[in-house]
Design a binder for this molecule. Sequence first.
Ligand code: ADP
Length: 582
Amino acid sequence: MKKAVRYIGYTFQDCYRAFPRFFVLTYLLDGTGTACEVFVPLLLARILELAGEGQGGKELAAVIGLYGLALACGPVLEVFFRASSKRARVLGKKYFGSRLAVFSAKIRLEALEDPDTLDKFHRAEGGENSQFIFFEQVNLALRKLATCGGMMMVVGRYSPVLVVTGLLALLPALSTKIYFEKKITSFRRGQSPVLRRCQYLRGLFANRETVKEMRVMGFEGHVTQRWEEANRARLKEFQETELDVRRKQVWGIIVMSVCYVVNIGVAFFLMAGGRISVGAFAACLAAFSAYDASIQMLIAMVFNAVHTYRMVEDYYDYFTIPTEVEGDLEYRPFEEKIAVQDVHFRYSGAAGEALDGLTCEIKKGEHVVVVGENGSGKTTFSKLLTGAYLPSRGSISYDGQRTEDLRRGSLYEHISVVPQDFVRYRFTLGENVGISSLKRMGDTKAMEELLAQVAGEGFLEKVGGLDVQLGREFGGQELSGGEWQKVAIARGLWKRSSIVVLDEPTSALDPLVEYEILSRFVEMIQDRTSVIISHRVEICRSADKIIVMKDGRMVECGKHQELLAREGEYARIWREQAKWYV
Ligand code: ADP
């Protein structure tokens, strides 16, 4: 409840920020519209009274004029309102969409490993601009509530009994609708993981790589079947709940109609008993009609607003995802060493620790290779080393500057990373490389030289130059897996950073080509500190230091010959892989 009050507060505050003029206009128009609605039955009664007393003349004409004006007022204001509402909707979309984007850029990278984050994002996207709809629904509900109140005041002038019977019409229908709306919303929300699974499965058919693999490997039909099953289950559950809810709603409508008839009946008996005049009876008829229509709208709006509130909640819940914990220390390039001390790290939801007390150090200018079998924690180490993730225990410090104390952006300026799951940007070749250091994007000569070094002399000519669009999606040229990897490495080197981290971006290549590329890479970064993560050991021969990892810890550290002589984990891996290189 407290949360709902807070979120509704945010909604109104944000709506005011997004469209201040429409915000104020809404209340002005709503106030005027409600006053006109309440005057209609009162003016009608007056007309009948004047006509009944046989008084025509100026007063009657004036009252009829006012009556017409009050009747026309509603539709005219409505037109006004609709026109400005369209613009406000666009402003809201812009405001709420950009807040989401700005926040997404600040989310802690570790949080992205958590499937719950993806769920929240999916839901928040659905809730984007629901604030605008919620604002409109709440205001319409308030307006209808004010109309209902006004109508009760009108009938209350003639008899308090009518107020009591009138109010009775409101309560049962309202409570049933709120109850069922809650039920259907919680059902919809409960489905989110199913929905995400359906979208994931369908997404496999929109991705060229997966379609290719599914078709060639012959499991396309199996995936289609899984998607169909998931979708069928989703639809079936939805239809059953929807049907159940609609059936129960019919009862609410029946109760309301009965109440309406009872109200008119009571007014009629009061008139027949001589307790109210014919004019008052007419005013009651008009008031009950308006009241009935307003109740319907009020309930519909409360019903819709409760539903929309869930989306509002999804939107604001997204902002509870942890953001990057930024230190305020500006990074000062390290001169001596990076010290990794007793570092522990566990992924959210994982049973064990991915890093379990890792301790090592990297000196300035050293070329370090981190080796170990799959799952030993190499990639996790690279993520912590670059400050993308923070240790849950222990520390990583650059000449004493701990990653958690640093303003991460200032550290990133000095680090270049080529990750395992590098991105194939559907941009031109030049952009694909130059994007890591936009300032030097125009230096085409340097870029061509770099590409020749990383990818070989003939590469640029083969692709057709730096301006060639890459990727078939936009009619560009497609590269092979290995060529994309070379482009990613060139991108990593284009950024003139003092530290370079290479996380197995060559793993899809055959061992000899991989060795050739990595050797060239090492030659090109002689003047920088580098960390190469690899599960292949051939590259270790030329390394200044080899860190051997196992079960999230460093088990050995040294140079190639030293480690071979030690006959431990490194020697074992080396012997296993030696057959590839002979
Ligand atoms: P390596 O790079 O040596 O193959 P990783 O650093 O990728 O090893 O993984 C180390 C351990 O952490 C493994 O047990 C792996 O299953 C686990 N792990 C990696 N990524 C995640 C994740 N996103 N969520 C949970 N566990 C993970």
